[in-house]
Design a protein around this ligand. Structure first.
Ligand SMILES: *[C@@H]1O[C@H](CO)[C@@H](O)[C@H](O)[C@H]1NC(C)=O
Ligand SMILES: *[C@@H]1O[C@H](CO)[C@@H](O)[C@H](O)[C@H]1NC(C)=O
Length: 509
C-alpha cells in the first residue's frame, strides 16, 4: 500500500516537471478523462494561447494531428477545445501507464503553430480478468501446511490505482491466500493451511477473485481446482476381525469355503489388495488351505479329517500394492464338522476260553472294548449280542463291556459258541461292525458211563479153552477226553470162595 502511494507521488512530480518545461517551449497541456461525452470542453484556446477570439475565424484556425481520428475540435467562435470522438485510453496507449495525445493548432496569415498536449486520464472502465477460466493444481495429500503455490495473475487494462490491487479466495477449510505487491504489480500465492485428506475430499473447488483499486472497484474471477493426489496412507481393513466357517470333513478338495473382503480407502494401486495366509500358528493348517491372492477366496487344498483336527485357525493378511505397501490382518476359524465316516471298532482285550460247562451265571468270559474315531453323535455307541446264546454283555464303564455267562452250559449239547457282538454308532446313517468271539466249553465229568443194555446174556459151552473170547461189550460216556476214557472191570458179587475171576476175565481196556 505504501509503495503504491509512493509511486503515485513520484509520477505526479514528473508530470508537473514535464508541464513546466513544455510551458517554456510555448506548448499548452490539458488533461481530460477517457470516455467523456463528445462535446466535453477540454480548455479555452483563446484564453490559454492568448489569441484574439475574432482572429480564430479570420485566420482560419485548424486543429491538425497525425491520428486517424479527429479527437478534438475547436469552436472558432468561443475558442473552446472540445472532445470530438470517443477516447479510449486503453486503445490509444495499451500497456502504458502514461497516455497523452499531441495535436497542433494552426493559424494562417501569418502562420502560427501551437502545440497542444492532451493528457488522457484513466478511468476505471476495465475489470481485472484472467487468461484461463480454470487452473488446476495437483497437490499431494502428504503436503505439509505452509507450502505455497503461485496463483495465476489477473490483467487489468487500466493503470495506476485502477489496476489490480488485490486478490481474494473463496472461504475454504484448507487454503489461505497471500497477496504481495512488487515492482511488477500485485501477485498472490495459495498457502496450504490445513493438511489435505483425499479420502475425505478428493477435489477442492476454489474461486479466485482479482479486485482493482478503482472507486467503485471492479473484479474478475476464475476457478481454482485442487486435485488431491493420493498417498498410501490407509491400511487395508478386513470386514471382520474374525471369520468363522463350518466345513464338513468330507468337503471336496478345491471347494471355496469363504471369501475374505478387505477394503482400502486409498485409490489405484494403493487400494489394490492381495490376500495371503500367514505362515505361522497351527502347523497343520499350512497345507490344508490356500487363498487366491486377487479374490480372497479360501480354498480347501487337502483332505480334511475331523479325527485329525477339528478346527483350524488361519491368520490372513491383506496387502496393498503401494510402493511402500501396507497390510491389514484378520483371523479365520475353520470348524471341521464330523461326518460319520468311521465304523466302530471292537477289540477283545482278554478271553477266558475255554469255559467250564459248570461255570456259574455271571462268570466273566471276555472283556470287550469298543471305540469310534468319530466325535459327537457319530461316536456314540451301543453294543449288543446278536443271536440268542447263553451269554450276556454288561457295560462296565462307558465303552468297556464284559461278556459273562448268562445261562446253563452243557458241553455235551453245545461245545462251542460263536458269540457275535455288534457295535453301532448313532450317526445317520449309522455305521456298525461285528466281532465274533468263539467260546469253547470245557468238559467236566458229569456223565456216567453207560452200557447199551442193562443185562447181557451169554451162553458158554463147557470145556471152553482158556483164553477164548466169550463176548464183547462197549460202554459209552458223553463226556470228553479223560472223562470219557473208560476202564472195564468185573464186579464180583459171587461167594468169596468162588470168585468170578477164577473162570472169566475182562480186558480193562
Ligand atoms: C466388501 O465389503 C465392502 C464394505 O464392507 C462392501 O461394500 C463390498 O460389497 C464387499 N465386497 C464383497 C465382494 O463382498
Ligand atoms: C464258529 O466259527 C468257526 C469259524 O467260522 C467255524 O469253523 C465253526 O464251525 C463255528 N462254530 C459254530 C458252533 O458255529
Amino acid at each position: 500500500m505504501r509503495r503504491q502511494q509512493y509511486r503515485e507521488a513520484v509520477w505526479m512530480l514528473c508530470a508537473i516537471l514535464l508541464c513546466l518545461s513544455d510551458w517554456s517551449a510555448a506548448q499548452i497541456s490539458y488533461s481530460v478523462s477517457e470516455e467523456v461525452d463528445k462535446g466535453t470542453v477540454v480548455g479555452n484556446l483563446v484564453k490559454d494561447l492568448n489569441i484574439n477570439a475574432q482572429q480564430l475565424e479570420e485566420r482560419g484556425f485548424r486543429i491538425v494531428s497525425g491520428y486517424s481520428k479527429k479527437y478534438f475540435e475547436a469552436n472558432l467562435r468561443t475558442g473552446a477545445l472540445f472532445v470530438n470522438e470517443r477516447i479510449d485510453r486503453e486503445e490509444l496507449c495499451p500497456n502504458s501507464p502514461k497516455c497523452s495525445l499531441n495535436i497542433e493548432g494552426l493559424l494562417s496569415h501569418p502562420m502560427n503553430i501551437y502545440r497542444i498536449e492532451v493528457i488522457i486520464i484513466d478511468i476505471n472502465d476495465n475489470a481485472p480478468s484472467f487468461l484461463e477460466q480454470i487452473h488446476v493444481f495437483n497437490i499431494s495429500e502428504s503436503s505439509s501446511s505452509g507450502e505455497r503455490y503461485p496463483l495465476p495473475i489477473a490483467q487489468d487494462a487500466d493503470t495506476g490505482s485502477n489496476s489490480v490491487k488485490t486478490y481474494k479466495l473463496s472461504p475454504n477449510e484448507h487454503f489461505s491466500i497471500d497477496v504481495s505487491s512488487g515492482e511488477h504489480g500485485v501477485s498472490a500465492e495459495l498457502v496450504l493451511q490445513k493438511a489435505l485428506d483425499r479420502e475425505k475430499q478428493p477435489i477442492i473447488k476454489l474461486t479466485l477473485t482479482a479486485v482493482d483499486g478503482g472507486k467503485p472497484a471492479k473484479s474478475g474471477t476464475m476457478q481454482i481446482l485442487v486435485n488431491v493426489i493420493d498417498v498410501n496412507d490407509n491400511t487395508p481393513a478386513f470386514s471382520k476381525s474374525l471369520y468363522k466357517v463350518r466345513v464338513r470333513e468330507n468337503v471336496p478338495i478345491s471347494t471355496t469355503i469363504l471369501k475374505l473382503n478387505a477394503t482400502d480407502l486409498d485409490e489405484g494401486p494403493h487400494s489394490d489388495i492381495r490376500y495371503s495366509l500367514m505362515k505361522r500358528g497351527n502347523v497343520n493348517s499350512a497345507g490344508k488351505f490356500t487363498v487366491i491372492p486377487e479374490s480372497g477366496e479360501i480354498i480347501v487344498n487337502a483332505k480334511l479329517d475331523y479325527e485329525e483336527s477339528n478346527a483350524y485357525e488361519l491368520r490372513v493378511q491383506a496387502t496393498d500394492q503401494g510402493a511402500s505397501p501396507r497390510s491389514g490382518y484378520s483371523k479365520v476359524l475353520v470348524e471341521v464338522i464330523d461326518v460319520n465316516d468311521n465304523a466302530p471298532e471292537i477289540s477283545i482285550t482278554s478271553l477266558m476260553s475255554p469255559v467250564k460247562e459248570s461255570a456259574e451265571i455271571g462268570t466273566v468270559v471276555a472283556l470287550v472294548t469298543v471305540t469310534d474315531k468319530d466325535g459327537g453323535q457319530n461316536g456314540l455307541l451301543s453294543c449288543k449280542i446278536k443271536d440268542s446264546v447263553p451269554f450276556t454283555l454288561k457295560s462296565n464303564y462307558k465303552n468297556y463291556y464284559s461278556l459273562t455267562v448268562g445261562g446253563l452250559l452243557d458241553r455235551e449239547i453245545v461245545s462251542e459258541y460263536n458269540v457275535t457282538i455288534t457295535a453301532t454308532d448313532e450317526g445317520s446313517p449309522p455305521l456298525y461292525s461285528t466281532a465274533v468271539i468263539t467260546v469253547q466249553i470245557s468238559d467236566i465229568n458229569d456223565n456216567t458211563p453207560r452200557f447199551p443194555e442193562a443185562n447181557i446174556n451169554i451162553y458158554v459151552r463147557e470145556n471152553s479153552k482158556v483164553g477164548d473170547i466169550i463176548t464183547r461189550t462197549t460202554a459209552e460216556d458223553a463226556d470228553a477226553t479223560e472223562n470219557a476214557k473208560l476202564t472195564y472191570s468185573l464186579m464180583d458179587n459171587y461167594p468169596k470162595d468162588f470168585p468170578i475171576s477164577t473162570f472169566v476175565n475182562i480186558n480193562s481196556e
